[in-house]
Write a protein that binds this ligand. Structure first.
Ligand code: F0G
Length: 416
């Protein structure tokens, strides 16, 4: 068993690895400390992961727990709370290569996780940790995906789930999913950032274990997006990994995964990370533009509800990921996001709006000359097409729907 501890990024203070806190006394975020995976050389890990991929039951069937020694070695395999999750495809569509202006572009479709987003990767670890510590209730702030995912894993682990959502600003399907899994839902009169502040500052006093992405165990699970995609590429890293960025949990987890994968000899070079924000919710892009001299906060507004976040919680660790990988941060307008989404949908892939920011971002970076047309990129699609369907259905006159009488002649006439 690994003896990892939790350490504060801000002041360095250490806590037991079994602490229920996400923050230190000083307010800094906690992260897991201590080496993992050093018991084998990289080549042996690759062999073991490949063998485990043949399993169809138990933790090895999960695209997170197959890599468990690099994610959460403290969990006993019999105590793991898993769907299973992960095992998401790497997709190639010629039409989208043309859209982006890139010869080799792949899509890691995290919307194909069991509850419809990448959140399941972190929640399986967060819920396993919560169950291991014996907590009774878990909580999160959410615009939809986190809520549905947490509710599902809480149901599996027998935990009470409490969800804070911005009132009137959660997608209906996601709300329905959260209700179905049995969560208690508080509709807060405020935005996502206000919801997160409430659970972050007050959750512990109310006996709630926080499962937003500031939770260090969730981030360990999200590392598996990168581990799995590298594995699918035969551990031959792409030149770029491109992802939508809101609260910056993924960006933090990706940097950590890449740095660990290189240290273990799983890869011999680091891909560059490109984080894409919606132009109306781009505090991190603003900080990148001034060399991270200032941490910005904005009032966020964008059609991409999943990244409508004005005060990203994982700012510091995300800065580290960009610096480590010589990464970039850029923006995409709502119009560009919707155009990219239409292209992804029409290619038969489909995703929710925030995910499409990654393709819009690739196109922008290729046009600007930051990504060369000959480079190889993997864009991460973080969520399923069926989040935020209102965007597709808003303009009813533009829908390909014709109402007809229940007669063959009416059907034939409509198809003329
Ligand atoms: N993509 C999707 C589909 C999301 O649901 C989220 C976050 C993000 C990207 C942003 O990822 O925070 O790691 O930068 N959704 C949160 C939620 C807000 O409540 O489901 P990040």
């Amino acid at each position: 068993m690994s003896g990892r501890t939790l350490g504060c990024r801000a002041c360095g203070a250490a806590q037991e690895g079994t602490s229920l806190r996400s923050r230190c006394e000083c307010g800094g975020l906690l992260e897991l400390r201590g080496s993992i995976g050093t018991e084998r050389p990289g080549a042996e890990w690759k062999k073991l992961f490949a063998e485990r991929r043949l399993s169809s039951t138990g933790p090895n069937a999960s695209g997170v727990w197959r890599y468990r020694e690099l994610v959460y070695p403290e969990a006993a395999p019999s105590a793991i709370v898993t769907f299973p999750e992960g095992n998401t495809p790497l997709l190639h569509r010629e039409a989208l290569n043309r859209f982006a202006g890139l010869g080799e572009l792949l899509f890691k479709h995290e919307g194909q996780n069991p509850t419809g987003s990448f959140k399941d990767r972190g929640m399986t670890v967060g819920a396993t940790h919560a169950a291991r510590l014996g907590v009774g209730a878990v909580a999160c702030a959410s615009t939809g995906n986190t809520a549905a995912s947490m509710a599902a894993y809480a149901a599996q682990a027998g935990l009470t789930a409490v969800v804070l959502v911005p009132e009137g600003r959660i997608a209906l399907g996601k709300l329905a999913q959260t209700v179905a899994y049995g969560a208690k839902i508080l509709a807060v009169r405020g935005d996502f950032d206000a919801c997160l502040r409430l659970v972050d500052e007050g959750g512990q006093a109310l006996g709630l274990y926080l499962l937003n992405s500031i939770n260090p165990f969730r981030l360990e699970g999200q590392k598996a997006i990168v581990l799995e995609l590298l594995d699918q590429l035969g551990w031959n890293p792409p030149d770029w990994i491109v992802l939508p960025a809101g609260n910056l949990g993924n960006l933090s987890a990706f940097g950590r995964a890449l740095s660990e994968a290189r240290a273990l000899g799983l890869i011999d070079r680091l891909p560059r990370l490109a984080a894409i924000q919606a132009a109306g919710a781009a505090p991190f892009a603003k900080s990148f533009a001034d060399g991270f001299a200032t941490r910005h906060r904005v009032d966020a507004e964008t059609v991409a509800t999943a990244i409508r976040i004005g005060d990203p919680a994982s700012y510091e660790r995300a800065v580290e990921s960009i610096r480590l990988t010589n990464g970039v941060v850029t923006t995409a307008t709502d119009a560009e996001i919707l155009e990219a989404k239409a292209a992804i949908d029409r290619a038969g892939v489909g995703c929710e709006p925030a995910s499409a920011a990654s393709l819009a971002g690739v196109r922008r970076l290729v046009r600007e000359g930051t990504i060369a047309p000959t480079e190889r990129a993997v864009a991460v699609l973080t969520g399923h097409l069926l989040k935020d369907p209102e965007i597709l259905l808003k303009d009813r006159s533009a829908l390909p729907i014709t109402e007809v009488d229940a007669t063959l002649s009416a059907v034939a006439a409509a198809l003329e």
